[in-house]
Write a protein that binds this ligand. Sequence first.
Ligand SMILES: [Zn+2]
Length: 49
Amino acid sequence: MRDLVILACGDCKRRNYTTTRNKKKQQEKLQIKKYCPFCKTHSLHKETK
Ligand SMILES: [Zn+2]
């Protein structure tokens, strides 16, 4: 079972990425450094719903 996860930029709160994760393996909240085209820099993207 995989859940769809939306990753939002921590700075501008825009939702830039979607990914999937396995809830059984990954129980902590996802935080990934990714490029945000709106901030034009790499920022921490957090899981949102
Ligand atoms: Zn941003």
